[in-house]
Design a protein around this ligand. Structure first.
Ligand code: HPA
Length: 244
């Protein structure tokens, strides 16, 4: 039996309906995770949870200790991770409030601790990252979204930006030319770290806004918050469907 973990992003610092059994602060060689790992049960199934930005939403994307979070989840027994990511929509089909299950990533982040393989190595390690998300897990998410009848998109190219500021209109045009259909600040190095330690990993992106410059108006934080609040309820329903 595989143990599923959820990494909650912006708008998801707690999972309603999750019965909390205990909280575990895991000491890691990489420093502190974003908070204790929550060991809980959802409809009788064990589930691990961590809020990526901390339980009070105080850790910005570039300061998240992605290594400690992945290490701690694995220590607690996770074999599969569903990462929830708030994103801006770039492609036409990625409109606000859509749920998107990306299948590719372009990484524009920098200066983040992005690998477990740097010190005390017997040999240099290069992981395969051709398909950055675990296809089986992606398929399970998509299957559940279909069963629930939620408005979703099965493919997407996640452009991971450094943040914490949002992008310029020109940056979004560049990402669009590169083939990105979504933009977010937390997709990397989380995905590649999970791959480095052999965890299954897939992302559920919640489109919070049109990316910069795609609308007449500037990006509004109030709209982002309102759209996320509305969409976040889908996540629990999705998890319930997935584990049922
Ligand atoms: N850009 C980057 N990250 C985001 C956005 C965006 O427009 N919306 C939500 N997260």
């Amino acid at each position: 039996m595989k143990t599923l973990a959820l990494i909650g992003g912006t708008g998801l610092t707690q999972l309603n309906g999750l019965e909390i059994n205990h909280k575990e602060m895991v000491a890691t060689p990489y420093g502190e995770p974003s908070g204790p790992i929550i060991h809980g049960t959802l409809n009788g199934t064990d589930l691990l949870f961590i809020a990526r930005h901390g339980y009070k939403h105080t850790i910005p994307p570039h300061k998240v200790n992605y290594r400690a979070n992945i290490y701690a989840l694995q220590q607690c027994g996770a074999n599969q991770i569903i990462a929830v990511n708030a994103v801006g929509g770039i492609a036409q089909n990625c409109s606000p409030k859509k749920l998107v299950v990306p299948d590719q990533i372009i990484d524009y982040t920098h200066s983040r601790e992005h690998t477990f393989y740097e010190d005390n190595l017997d040999d240099v390690v290069h992981i395969d990252f051709t398909y950055p998300y675990t296809e089986n897990l992606r398929k399970r998410i998509i299957h559940s979204l279909e069963k629930l009848g939620f408005d979703h998109v099965n493919h997407g190219v996640y452009g991971a930006t450094q943040g914490p500021r949002l992008e310029t209109a020109a940056e979004i045009q560049r990402l669009q030319k590169d083939g990105c259909t979504l933009v977010g600040m937390t997709g990397m190095p989380e995905a590649s770290l999970a791959r480095e330690v052999g965890l299954e990993y897939a992302s559920l992106c919640i489109v919070a806004n049109w990316a910069a410059g795609l609308e007449e108006t500037e990006v509004s934080m109030d709209d982002i918050r309102a759209n996320l609040d509305e969409s976040i309820g889908y996540v629990r329903k999705l998890l319930e469907q997935m584990i049922s």
